[in-house]
Design a binder for this molecule. Structure first.
Ligand code: XIL
Length: 490
């Protein structure tokens, strides 16, 4: 009895062991078969909204030659095309998502299956508003937009060394540069008739040696002025006119042949102007909330014509620009239109043999936020078009929030990126607004000759708290970058 029981339990043990062994083996076996049938190269993928990536896979001998079909468990989060290209979406179609609180991100299972249905493999795709792809691995923006306009950015002293541009991000994507600060009067004209061109020269020469065009910024302005210019408000008209003309002539002669286009006059009009104003009366004067334009105060509205004329005579090859912000507003746009129209008409009258306009172009700075409307930017472009001028989008950035939220959270000049109040939705809406703008610029590419961003990465921006640029602080492409590129195929 005892022996039989013992024998029985031994037998049971052996059966159990065999059973266990065989299930393990078959599990292993089936797993191996599935894996070797079709195998997606990656196990998981994190994709920035707007970005696409083609998934690679291998087929084992038993599945060879079979067609593969792709499916997504959540096609509104991440879609997949017949060739296995996954695209991260944002739960909505163009336009729908603006200023809504639809979820920005999620996950989707992407499955590849062989035609006979025997083999499949699945990976998880997570979508995010964060950047994932490094700026240097992306195709150069300057090449992608080359049939439309120049693609520009700003540069600073540290970007230029040993007669070349050393910032690879600038070299990779851009073909025209604007000095962020170093060509403003406060830097190059410490006192009247004495110049400090050393830094600006190093920058300009390096940019040219590295194959960039250079845009000059800026000759006449009410801010970042040299002290002697600011005090021109107290000068006689004759003295001020002579000083202004000499300044323009000296600086433009110094850079003659090296500067492709110049902002001759920057931000002449205050924000309060309305469309029925007389432009000659409303240029920034004493009492302006920022500060007066010293040249207007001492010379009068004639300083505009005189300044542009001096610039034309100093370097006839250079394109001459008037540059301003908030040109989406009807008041400022109308003042600029009227001023350019009148100044160019006077030039035509005084120089009847000249074929060119005196003011060649209008620079629309385009420091935007999410409450700016594309329709208003379009309205201004339509208003400027009949003038026959060129348009430069000269200082483009778009806050990932409205102006109110931005100023409440710290505003300009601060580097509060870590404490930024920009939301995921803000990042998405910013991307769509960039898409609308680029689509509009492409539509108007016959007059838009340059699109310059005011910075490459958010952390480098003068409005960094609003995360206004295409690349994040680590230099990775944000949804905005992908929507800018998307405008090319719309
Ligand atoms: C800004 C620079 O980006 C800052 O570094 C500087 O402190 C202030 O000026 N309009 C212009 C630019 O024409 O020159 C300004 O640049 C931004 C607004």
């Amino acid at each position: 009895m005892k022996t039989t029981t013992k024998l029985l339990s031994y037998l049971m043990l052996i059966v159990a062991v065999i059973f266990l062994f065989s299930t393990c083996a078959s599990k292993n076996g089936s797993a191996e078969t599935a894996k070797t049938g079709i195998n997606i190269e990656k196990r998981s993928l994190i994709l920035t909204i707007g970005a696409s990536e083609k998934l690679n896979f291998t087929l084992s001998p038993e599945a060879e030659g079979q067609a593969v079909t792709w499916t997504s468990s959540a096609p509104r989060i991440a879609s997949v095309s017949n060739d296995g290209t996954v695209t991260a979406l944002d739960y909505s179609v163009r336009g729908e998502s603006r200023f809504t609180s639809s979820p920005a991100t999620g996950t989707a299972n992407i499955t590849a299956k062989t035609a006979d249905g025997k083999f499949e493999d699945t990976i998880i795709v997570t979508t995010t508003t964060q950047g994932t792809i490094d700026i240097l691995t992306l195709p150069p923006m300057k090449d992608q937009f080359s049939s439309y306009f120049l693609i520009g950015n700003i540069f600073n002293r540290t970007d230029a060394r040993n007669n070349e541009i050393v910032n690879q991000r600038l070299i990779h994507h851009f073909n025209v540069l604007t000095a962020e600060n170093d060509m403003k009067p406060e830097y190059i004209a410490p006192s009247r008739n004495s110049y400090n061109f050393a830094n600006a020269d190093r920058m300009v020469n390096s940019a040219i040696a590295s194959g960039f065009k250079v845009h000059g910024h800026t000759l006449l302005w009410h801010r970042q002025n040299a002290q002697w210019m600011t005090s021109m408000t107290r000068s006689s008209k004759e003295n001020a006119l002579a000083a202004m003309k000499k300044y323009i002539t000296d600086v433009m002669t110094h850079y003659k042949g090296r500067i492709y286009s110049w902002d001759v006059l920057n931000e002449a009009f205050p924000d309060s102007v309305t469309e029925n104003d007389d432009w000659t009366q409303v240029i920034r004067k004493a009492g302006d909330s920022q500060s007066p334009n010293p040249w207007y105060v001492s010379i009068g509205a004639d300083f505009v014509y005189e300044g542009f004329l001096a610039a034309r005579l100093a370097d006839p090859e250079a394109l001459l620009y008037y540059n301003d912000y908030n040109l989406d507003t009807i008041g400022k746009a109308t003042m600029v239109r009227n001023m350019v129209r009148d100044v160019n008409a006077r030039y035509r009258q005084e120089y009847p043999n000249e074929r060119r306009l005196l003011i060649d172009g209008i620079g629309m700075q385009s420091h935007h936020n999410l409450h700016v409307s594309e329709a208003h930017v379009r309205r201004s472009l339509d208003m400027f078009r009949p003038l026959g001028v060129k348009i430069a989008i000269s200082e483009l950035d778009v806050l990932g929030q409205g102006w109110g939220d931005f100023s409440r959270s710290g505003g300009s000049g601060t580097n509060k990126q870590s404490g930024s109040s920009v939301t995921n939705d803000g990042i998405k809406d910013q991307a769509w607004f960039y898409n609308e703008l680029m689509t509009l610029f492409i539509e108007n590419a016959d007059i838009v000759e340059r699109v310059t961003w005011w910075g490459v990465t958010d952390s480098q921006s003068w409005r960094s708290a609003g995360l206004p640029l295409l690349f994040d602080s680590r230099g990775r492409a944000k949804p905005a970058y992908y929507r800018v590129i998307e405008a090319l195929s719309q």
